[in-house]
Ligand binder design. Sequence first.
Ligand code: SF4
Ligand code: SF4
Length: 73
Amino acid sequence: MTGPVLRPGLCKRCLRCLLDCPAGAFGRDGDLPVPVPGLCTRCGLCVSRCPKGALELPGGPAGSPFTTPGDPS
Ligand code: SF4
Ligand code: SF4
C-alpha cells in the first residue's frame, strides 16, 4: 500500500514513527526515517505520533471517511 510522505525539513529525527509503526514500515537513512510503502497498512499511527507534523498519509488512513474511492493504496 502507499505509505506516508515524509517532509524531511520538519522532521526532528526522533524516530518515534519508526519505533511505533506496527508494520515495521520504516527504514532509516542515518537518523532520518524512510517509509517503506510496500509494508505500510495505512493505520495512520505514525502520522498521529509525529510531534512535528512531518508525516502525511495521502488520502487518509485505511477506513477513514477521507479516503477517496480509487485511492491507489
Ligand atoms: S515521528 Fe516525526 S519527527 Fe520523529 S522521526 Fe518520525 S517523522 Fe521525524
Ligand atoms: S500508516 Fe501505520 S503501517 Fe503505515 S507507516 Fe504509518 S504507522 Fe506504519
